[in-house]
Each structure stands twice: as structure tokens, then as C-alpha cells.
Design a protein around this ligand. Structure first.
Ligand code: SF4
Length: 392
């Protein structure tokens, strides 16, 4: 029997802020449509129109950070989702201006409350949600089976953005890795949602959670969501740091096109222990990739962040196990270019760049596609648009 959960206040806050947009997601006049939104890592709006997708993110207001604009509560970050390095067009700026005006008006009814204190060191909440599937692109989706991640990598860039959402909900501040929200009704909501959307890939790999973190053993939300997708035409795309994904291997094999990947940022487990102490050893992740591949499941790896390593050894280990690899330094938070290893002094920037080059060349020489992963190609936080200069 499904566990009972509490209704989440965050959903009411998001609705209050975005109500006009949610009630009328398509504007015939402008040609833009709100295709999806997410309130679990700040607020993210995915807007489709004129053949492209615009991603607008509302982060915690911080005037020292570069962004498109500030509102009373938020830093507004905007980019072309599929082409983050291309400048925004006049139509993009016009839409952004309208949305910023709406948010400035609506946020007057929202407050960031004084946060209660708590003596608790950790918190697991069972919650019931009214939405799960987020449309993030043309026929592309993601879901968060949980919010929060007890693997708790110190560099996880979701930490700060997820904390803004907890603040909007009036929850106490808790360290990243110490809380998880379990969406107990996620499979039922998903079953309903997929009837109203065209099939496509569904990422179980957003950064605000790991779908196979330890609590999955007890609640099996990820597994039950996979069961919902089986036979539906939707394709699961899973990214994890946990070998527990193998517990779902029989289920994953029943999809003709499931894609499963591991974050493997170094070949050296002593480095892993320093930077990802809560994650599975590197050897276990490599073994899991081998098992998946031998079972006929398509595999990939994400080398992100690039940590100190022997690149030739990592290339040799990974190349036989994956179809494709994505490499990125990753960023500590939304305003820094430094990777965790660089920031800790363990990996000077020049060395990071050298490692990236070696990985690119070495993996390609082994026939592995590199950075050719549209399904995981969320733009890095540094790619952001700015208002047209003439607006100043
Ligand atoms: S496993 Fe992923 S989601 Fe979890 S803390 Fe580490 S980087 Fe963040």
C-alpha cells in the first residue's frame, strides 16, 4: 500500500507566483508557450516558441552575481536552452521583459519567511505532489523522483538552488545531503501525465537528486516510475553515482532503448573519497557499467567535475564500457567558473584544461563519442543571456 504523504506548500507558493502563466500557458499574440516548470531548484520556466526553447531561472537574489535582471526576491537568468552560447533575439528579450514584469508584480504576494530552527540533523519527508513530469525541450522530459540527495557531494550545485525552494516553503535550513523529500504518489501522477504528452526521453538525472540514492531501497519511487514508463513509448535516461541501479536491470532490459550512465569524475578512488565521500567507489560504478553493457543496455559516462586523475587509465577503463561520454568541469555554484577540484587547490585550472583535452582526444581515438549527448545537454550555469544594451 502506498505510504501517505503531506501536500507540499511549495506547490502553492509556485502557483501563487506564476498563476497567470499557468492559467494561460499559450499566448497566441506572442507565439510563446510555457511547456514546463519546476519549483524544486529555485524556479525554472521552459518556454517554447519560434522554433526554440528559452529557459528562465529564478535564483536567490544576490546583487553580486551576474544575471539578466534582479527582482525583489530573485536573480533572473535566461538562456536559449538548446544553444546557450547564442545571443538572445529581440523576441526572446520581449518575452523575458514581460515575464520579469509579471514576476515583479506577483512576488509582492510572496515572502521569504524567517526560517524556523530545528535541532534535527536530518529530515525525510513523505510528500504528495500534483505534478512530476517536466517538459524541458521538444519531446524531452525529466522527473525528480525525490528532492534532495543523501549522497551529499559537497560540490553539488543543486544545493543552493534547492535551499531557495525550501526557504520559499518556510522549511528550516539544513545542510545538503541531510534531507530528502520522497514523492510517494509520483508513480500515480506520472501514469496520468504520460497520457497527455507525446512520448520522448525522460531524464531521471536532474541534479537535485540521485534516483538511486540509498532511500530508493526503501521507497522504490524510481523503480515504480520506470514500471509506469514500460511499454508507454517513453525512454528512461538514467544518470547516477550508485551501483544500486543494477537492482532494476531486469526492468531496464525490457525497454528497447533505455540509456543508463554513471558520473565517473576520476579513476582514483582516494580522490573520490575526498570529493564524493558518500558515493559508491569508482570500481563499483565501472563494474555496474560493464554489467549493464553486457546485458545489452546502452551506457554512457559523465566526467563531471573533472577531478585529479590519470587520464590515460580512465580512458582505458571507460572506453570499452560506454557508447558516449560527456566531459565538463562543472561549477560549484551559479556564479563561479571554478570546479570543485580547482577551488580546493587540488587541480589548477590549466591542469583541468589539459586533462579535458587528453580525455577528449583519447576517448575519440577509442571510438567513443564525446560531448554528443543531447539528452543530457543541459547548459552549464555560466551560459546566460543579458538584456540588450540599448535597454540601459
Ligand atoms: S549524487 Fe548527484 S545529486 Fe546527489 S549530491 Fe552528488 S552531485 Fe548532487
Amino acid at each position: 500500500m502506498q505510504a501517505k504523504g503531506e501536500k507540499r506548500h511549495l506547490d502553492r507558493v509556485a502557483h501563487k507566483l506564476l498563476a497567470p502563466l499557468l492559467e494561460e500557458p499559450y499566448s497566441a499574440r506572442s507565439g510563446w508557450r510555457l511547456m514546463g516548470y519546476d519549483a524544486e531548484q529555485g524556479i525554472s520556466l521552459f518556454l517554447e516558441g519560434h522554433g526554440r526553447v528559452l529557459l528562465m531561472e529564478l535564483d536567490r537574489r544576490n546583487e553580486t552575481r551576474d544575471c539578466y535582471a534582479h527582482t525583489a526576491l530573485f536573480n533572473v537568468v535566461v538562456r536559449n536552452y538548446y544553444a546557450p552560447r547564442t545571443p538572445l533575439t529581440a523576441m526572446d528579450h520581449a518575452l523575458t521583459a514581460r515575464l520579469i514584469k509579471l514576476i515583479r508584480h506577483r512576488e509582492r504576494g510572496i515572502e521569504l519567511p524567517e526560517r524556523p530552527t530545528t535541532g534535527r540533523r536530518s529530515m525525510v519527508r513523505l510528500i504528495e505532489v500534483d505534478r512530476l513530469l517536466v517538459a524541458e525541450g521538444f519531446g524531452q522530459y525529466y522527473i525528480n523522483p525525490y528532492v534532495g540527495c543523501t549522497i551529499g557531494c559537497p560540490f553539488c550545485w543543486a544545493a543552493e538552488r534547492a535551499d531557495l525552494s525550501r526557504h520559499l516553503e518556510g522549511l528550516p535550513r539544513m545542510g545538503w545531503g541531510r534531507y530528502v523529500d520522497v514523492k510517494v504518489n509520483a508513480p500515480e501522477i506520472l501514469a496520468d501525465e504520460i497520457t497527455g504528452h507525446p512520448p520522448g526521453p525522460v531524464r531521471f538525472s536532474p541534479v537535485v537528486t540521485d534516483p538511486y540514492q540509498p532511500i530508493e531501497r526503501h521507497h522504490r519511487i524510481t523503480r515504480r516510475c520506470l514500471e509506469v514508463l514500460e511499454g508507454s513509448g517513453f525512454t528512461p535516461v538514467i544518470l547516477t553515482r550508485a551501483a544500486r541501479v543494477l537492482e532494476d536491470l531486469p526492468l531496464l532490459r525490457r525497454f528497447s532503448d533505455a540509456l543508463v550512465g554513471f558520473s565517473i569524475p576520476t579513476d582514483d578512488d582516494s580522490v573520490r573519497r575526498k570529493f564524493e565521500p558518500g558515493a559508491d567507489p569508482i570500481e563499483e560504478r565501472l563494474n555496474a557499467l560493464a554489467v549493464l553493457r553486457n546485458a545489452g543496455v546502452a551506457t554512457f559516462a559523465l566526467i563531471q567535475p573533472v577531478l585529479p586523475m590519470d587520464p590515460e587509465r580512465l580512458i582505458t577503463l571507460l572506453a570499452p564500457l560506454v557508447d558516449t561520454v560527456r566531459i565538463d568541469r562543472l561549477h560549484l555554484s551559479s556564479d563561479t567558473e571554478a570546479s570543485p577540484a580547482e577551488a580546493s587547490g587540488a587541480l589548477p585550472a590549466a591542469e583541468g584544461n589539459r586533462l579535458q583535452r587528453m580525455l577528449h582526444e583519447g576517448l575519440r581515438a577509442h571510438g567513443v563519442a564525446v560531448d554528443d549527448m543531447d539528452l543530457l545537454n543541459r547548459p552549464a550555469p555560466r551560459e546566460r543571456g543579458h538584456p540588450p544594451e540599448t535597454e540601459d
